[in-house]
Design a protein around this ligand. Structure first.
Ligand code: PMP
Length: 344
């Protein structure tokens, strides 16, 4: 029997709730868009009968200007996901090798499969750090190597010196995806000079997104930047009319609201510190996170099972570890209660 028809009002009801303290599995921002961003978005909907730009040149210029890059160094995608697929389409052929850490962002093995690549995985160490020596060795025979900083799911970062050493070891013919999806959560002293880095390393593509710190995951806006030569190659994969009409206004309004967004980032990072402190006080180890989530390794307990009956949704890993997105104080209380119940 065909599914019953649903009205537009029902479709709106089926949307996820903006403020949901139990939604801790996707590393989303717990706050709804800022009022100024929301009103810019509403205004842009008025022109939804029109196509967006053929290629997102204005959005590219806006981001390039903000970052201190030339326009031709920037590419735009449907989230960082879109940019990753654009890179894979532009620089790989089926059967090529892609090196990644294990575990890593769930998307990477899927993207590799979609591009018909062979995935080679390099385990993280016990503290959730990359084995950069092993990754550089594996990269010698690979077309693409991925490094996330902060890493997903652990939230850990490698030092700027280690990143530089790693990049010097990777052959020029291997493209490095330096995934900075969570870069805005980093303390200033932990940030890389990503613009300087792409100037020194012509094979590095830095990935960023508006899904995390900017809180616009539902709009699917991401970007990448790299040396002009490689960027020109990536731009050939820019999907015509691919960036929605909402993207340019949302990004422009977000850049105008940088102070408020920064306050929200600080709320999230201080909540993360509080959550880790509460876990520590219960004797529960979490990796040292620099992002909007914390990773609790199994340590002999199946945390996934512990959360399963609580209604708090976290990302569970096969070994029993969990990645918990940082939400507001209600979320922290729910997490602490779930962990407390397991320990009793
Ligand atoms: N990279 C990393 C490390 C991520 O964790 C995510 C999302 N969880 C992405 C990329 C993709 O994000 P988006 O496509 O929403 O920009």
């Amino acid at each position: 029997m065909a599914a019953p028809r649903r009205s537009g009002a029902h479709a709106v009801e089926a949307l996820p709730t903006a403020m949901d303290p139990t939604a801790l599995s996707l590393n989303e921002n717990p706050f709804p868009p800022l009022p100024s961003v929301r009103s810019a978005l509403s205004a842009s909907i008025e022109a939804a009968n029109r196509y967006p730009e053929y290629l997102p040149e204005r959005l590219r210029a806006l981001i390039a200007d903000r970052m201190g890059l030339c326009d031709e160094q920037v590419v735009i995608g449907a989230g960082a996901t879109g940019v990753i697929m654009q890179v894979l389409h532009a620089v790989t052929s089926p059967g090529d090798t892609m090196v990644m850490a294990s575990p890593t962002f769930d998307g990477y093995p899927i993207f590799a499969q979609m591009a018909r690549l062979r995935s080679v995985t390099v385990p993280l160490d016990v503290h959730g750090h990359h084995d950069l020596d092993a990754m550089a060795s594996a990269a010698a025979d690979a077309r693409v190597v991925v490094m996330c900083r902060p890493h997903n799911p652990t939230g850990t970062i490698e030092s700027a010196a280690d990143v530089e050493r790693f990049l010097r070891r990777v052959p020029r013919e291997t493209v490095v995806l330096l995934d900075e999806a969570y870069a805005e959560f980093l303390a200033p002293e932990c940030r890389l000079d990503a613009v300087g880095l792409v100037a020194r390393h012509p094979n590095v593509v830095v990935l960023r997104t508006f899904s995390k710190a900017y809180g616009l995951a539902g709009l699917r806006i991401g970007y990448g930047f790299c040396a002009p030569r490689l960027a020109r190659q990536l731009w050939t994969m820019q999907l015509p009319f691919g960036a929605a009409i909402t993207a340019f206004v949302a990004v422009a309004a977000s850049f105008d609201a940088e102070v408020e967004l920064h306050q929200r980032i600080q709320m999230i990072t201080s909540e993360r510190r509080y959550l880790r402190m509460r876990l520590r006080s219960m004797g529960v180890y979490s990796a040292e996170s620099h992002a909007n989530f914390v990773y609790v390794p199994d340590c002999g307990r199946d945390w996934g099972l512990a959360f399963a009956s609580t209604g708090v949704r976290v990302r569970q890993y096969a070994d029993g570890g969990v990645r918990i997105t940082v939400g507001d104080r209600r979320s922290t209380r729910a997490v602490v209660a779930a962990v407390g119940r397991t320990l009793r």
